[in-house]
Design a protein around this ligand. Sequence first.
Ligand code: B12
Length: 305
Amino acid sequence: MNKHRIHRVAKLTGLSKDVIRVWERRYGLVQPSRSSNRYREYSDEDVALLRFVKAQMEQGSTIGGLATEGRDSLVARMRLVTPFTVEDQKPHDHLLDDLVGLLEPIDKVGFERKLNGAVAVIPFEEAVQRILLPLQRRIGELWHEGRLGIAVEHYVTKVIQQKLFSVMNQLPVNEFGPRVLIACPEGETHEIGAQAVAYTAATRGCQVYYLGCNLPISDLVLFCEKIRPDLVLLSLTEAKTEAAMLLQLQELEQLATRWPVAMGGQGARAFGNLLQDTKIELLDDLTALHSRLMILLSMRQRVYQ
Ligand code: B12
């Protein structure tokens, strides 16, 4: 996860450096760690929390009241109400142009330095939306147009995947979180959509079982019997023929009689009409996923209260 110095936190939140320091001293909602040279270092969650506190105050809350509520409760509330904003999703087009320019001929050091530098200075969730997913689309399109070799495409795809996994692996495992299984059905080899879904579910406090791409439905069923998931999320990027989709839906309908199943991705959206008559939910995008996960999490909270 990224660490941000106070001047960047001020830029990202719209709060002055003085206000951030005073809130730390008086209210302790955000307690930055210190770098080896004693600079304050704030996590992505700290930045998100400060943004949330600022928004709450603009709607009439006081900092004293919010501080009394406490960090844990505020973080829980923040997760319930903060979906992706439009601003968070705007691709970083200039950066993408620069990155693509460093690929032919390949300049590994230049490419990774530029990408790492850009990802490190904004909250990671925003970097996923504005840099990593658009980069995957851009690179894929260049490959499809025959303007980029498969080896270079694979290199960039792996860099993107490593980033998503390394951040996911740093998240604490929430043993009480809902069990969410994520995969791409057999035949689907576009993986990044599923990974973005896994990352989103993990950051919302779910226990994520990520099974990757090309998973036969029969094996998915066997695995569900072992882990009894609270939700199965399937990602479909490629639109199959209608006949192939109908066959796959038949199998998935069986699964959906036992566990909640939802699908997303452009391949699933293309067959929204077929999904309408099934038990399988269609989730349009990551914002819809966020809302769906919030329902799941609030049901879970009620069970444990
Ligand atoms: C990147 C890409 C590739 C990469 C895949 C890298 C990888 N390992 O994943 C490479 C270059 C290898 C590739 C290859 C192929 N590709 Co390709 N590829 C693309 C491309 C450019 C982007 C797809 C993508 O990854 N998008 C990034 C994700 C993050 O965005 P997204 O798909 O929109 O997903 C978002 C939402 O839909 C949502 N979401 C996704 N899943 C889910 C699930 C849930 C539950 C929820 C809630 C949300 C959700 O979240 C995402 C983030 O917002 C598309 C064209 C395009 N511009 O879309 C073609 C495309 C998907 N590919 C296509 C094809 C045909 C292929 C090949 C089969 C071509 C071939 N003949 O060999 C191969 C085989 C696949 C493979 N992996 O080898 C076609 C599919 C056509 C169709 N019938 O639908 C497309 C549409 C290109 C085209 N215009 O023809 N491809």
